[in-house]
Design a binder for this molecule. Structure first.
Ligand code: SDX
Length: 429
C-alpha cells in the first residue's frame, strides 16, 4: 500500500501521509489539511470515522469481536487476572510483579479514606438523587480536599493522584448506595483485597458483627470490573481525555467522564436494559411488542443493550457476561425470570432481519444488570458499578494523553447559520 493519500479539491491535488497502527489499521494524517488547502476541514458528526489520538492501551476489532488490554485478550484477563492487576496493566502498560502489585495496593490503602466533610455533601442530596449524579459531584468535590492532585506535571505527581482516586472512589461508590438505602457509612478494611473491601463497604449490615465474604460475589464483581475496565475512545473516555487536555485535574476529568457514562445510550444502558426487561415482564413477557417498537422508526424506543458503534459482531464481553449470569444466579440459587426474558429477546433479535442487517448484537450492558441485581445491587446503581470498573481505563487514557503532552482538544465546525446582516431593531424603541 502507498504511504500517502491524495485528495483532489477543485482540480488541485493534495497529499497526506498514511499512518499505520500496530494492528495494521490505517489512518489519513490530516494534521496539515486546513493549512494546506486554505481552510478545508473534515466533517464527521459522532466521530464515526475520525481518530482523536494514537493510543497503546486498548485494541478493538469490531468486525472480529476482539478486545485486548495492552495486548492481552479480554477472555484471558477475565479468567486469569484480578481487577487490581488489570488496573495496573492498563495504567502502567505491564502486568505487575507480586512486589509491584503489593506496593500499588498499599499506596492505594493509604488513601482509602475521605474527608468527613464529604459526608456533609452527600447528606445534602435527597434520597431520590440518581447515584450517577451524586458520584459525579462527589468525585469533583474530592478536588477541594486534595488540591495537590490538580496541577500534576510529573509522573510522580500523577502517580500520587492516581492512587488517591483508586483509594477514594470505592468509598464514594459504597456510600452513594448506602445513603440511598439509609444505611450507616463505613470506611474500608485495609486487611482485605481491593474487591473484597468494596463488597464489605457496600453490603456490611449494621447488625453484623463480622461481614462474611461470599466468594461467588467476589469473583463475579472482580470479573465484571475487569470486563468494564477500558474500551478505547468511547464517549466517556473521550470526555475524560478532552477535559484533561485543558490541564483540568484528574478528579475533574473523571467527574466529567462519569456524567458522559450516565447517558442511556452509553453506560446508562445497563439500567435501561433492566427497566426494559421489567416492563416486558409486567407486559406478560410480550417480547414481540418490544421488538416491533424497537424497529418502528416513529417510536423512540430502542432495544437497550443491543447495538454498538464499533462491534458489528458479538461484543466479546457480552458473551462472557452471559455465561457468568447463568453461573452466578445458579451458584446463588436465584431463579430470575428476567434472565429467561433476556435470552428470549436475544434469540428473537438474532433471527430478525432488522437486527441482523444492521449487525445489532447484545453489548456489554445487555446481561450485566442481571448479575448486579442477583448480587443485591439496586438498578439505579448499575451504571455506578460500570464507572467503578471503567475507572482504571479512564485513568490510563488520561495519563497517556498528559504524558504525550497532547494539545487541548478543540474540534472545528461547519457554520450553517445566517451570513452577516446589519442590526435593525425589531422592536421600535
Ligand atoms: C456502551 O463505545 C463504546 O465502546 C461504549 C461501550 C463501552 O464499553 O464504553 O461499549 C459501552 O455504551 C455500549 C452501548 C450501550 N447502549 C445501548 O445499548 C443503547 C442501545 N443502542 C443504541 O442506542 C446504539 O446501538 C448505540 C448508541 C450503541 C450505537 O449507535 P450508533 O453507532 O450511532 O448507531 P446508529 O444509532 O446510527 O444505528 C444504526 C442503525 C439505525 O437504524 P437506521 O437509521 O440505519 O435504519 O441501527 C439502529 C438505528 O436506528 N439501531 C437500533 C439500535 N441500535 C441501533 N435499533 C433498535 N435498537 C437498538 N438498540
Amino acid at each position: 500500500m502507498a504511504n500517502i493519500a491524495t485528495i483532489e479539491i477543485d482540480g488541485k491535488k493534495y497529499e497526506f501521509p498514511l499512518v499505520k497502527g500496530s494492528e495494521d489499521e490505517v489512518a489519513i494524517d490530516i494534521k496539515a489539511l486546513r493549512s494546506a488547502t486554505g481552510g478545508v476541514i473534515t466533517l464527521d458528526p459522532g466521530y464515526k470515522n475520525t481518530g482523536s489520538c494514537e493510543s497503546a492501551i486498548t485494541f478493538l476489532d469490531g468486525e472480529k469481536g476482539i478486545l485486548r488490554y495492552r495486548g492481552y485478550s479480554i477472555e484471558e484477563l477475565a479468567e486469569k487476572a484480578d481487577f487490581l492487576e488489570v488496573a495496573y496493566l492498563l495504567i502502567f502498560g505491564e502486568l505487575p510483579s507480586a512486589e509491584k502489585l503489593n506496593k500499588f495496593h498499599s499506596d492505594i490503602k493509604k488513601h482509602s479514606v475521605v474527608d468527613d466533610d464529604v459526608k456533609k455533601i452527600l447528606d445534602a442530596f435527597p434520597k431520590s438523587a440518581h447515584p450517577m449524579g451524586v458520584l459525579s459531584s462527589l468525585t469533583s468535590a474530592l478536588t477541594a480536599f486534595n488540591p495537590s492532585s490538580v496541577n500534576v506535571e510529573s509522573e510522580e505527581e500523577m502517580y500520587n493522584a492516581i492512587v488517591r482516586i483508586l483509594g477514594k472512589f470505592p468509598i464514594l461508590v459504597a456510600w452513594t448506595m448506602r445513603k440511598k438505602k439509609g444505611l450507616p457509612l463505613y470506611y474500608g478494611d485495609s486487611s482485605l483485597g481491593y474487591v473484597e473491601n468494596i463488597l464489605k463497604m457496600m453490603f456490611k449490615q449494621p447488625n453484623e458483627e463480622k461481614y462474611e465474604q461470599n466468594p461467588i460475589l467476589v469473583n463475579a464483581l472482580d470479573k465484571l470490573l475487569i470486563l468494564h475496565a477500558d474500551h478505547e475512545q468511547n464517549c466517556s473516555t473521550s470526555t475524560v481525555r478532552i477535559v484533561g487536555s485543558s490541564h483540568a485535574g484528574l478528579f475533574a476529568s473523571l467527574s466529567a467522564g462519569i456524567s458522559a457514562l450516565w447517558g442511556p445510550l452509553h453506560g446508562g444502558a445497563n439500567q435501561a436494559v433492566l427497566e426494559m426487561l421489567e416492563a416486558i415482564k409486567e407486559d406478560g413477557g410480550d417480547t414481540k411488542k418490544y421488538m416491533a417498537k424497537a424497529k418502528d422508526k416513529n417510536d423512540p424506543f430502542r432495544l437497550m443493550g443491543f447495538g454498538h458503534r464499533v462491534y458489528k459482531n458479538f461484543d466479546p464481553r457480552a458473551k462472557i457476561i452471559k455465561i457468568a449470569a447463568d453461573e452466578v444466579l445458579g451458584d446463588l440459587g436465584i431463579e430470575d425470570p428476567i434472565l429467561d426474558i433476556a435470552k428470549g429477546l436475544e434469540k428473537e433479535a438474532l433471527e430478525d432481519s432488522y437486527f441482523v442487517d444492521r449487525k445489532l448484537y447484545p453489548n456489554v450492558d445487555f446481561y450485566s444488570g442481571i448479575i448486579y441485581r442477583g448480587m443485591g445491587i439496586p438498578t439505579d446503581m448499575f451504571t455506578v458499578m460500570f464507572a467503578l470498573g471503567r475507572l482504571p481505563g479512564w485513568i490510563a487514557q488520561w495519563r497517556e494523553m498528559r504524558l504525550r503532552k497532547e494539545p487541548i482538544g478543540r474540534p472545528r465546525q461547519m457554520y450553517t447559520g445566517e451570513t452577516e446582516r446589519k442590526f435593525a431593531p425589531v422592536n421600535k424603541r
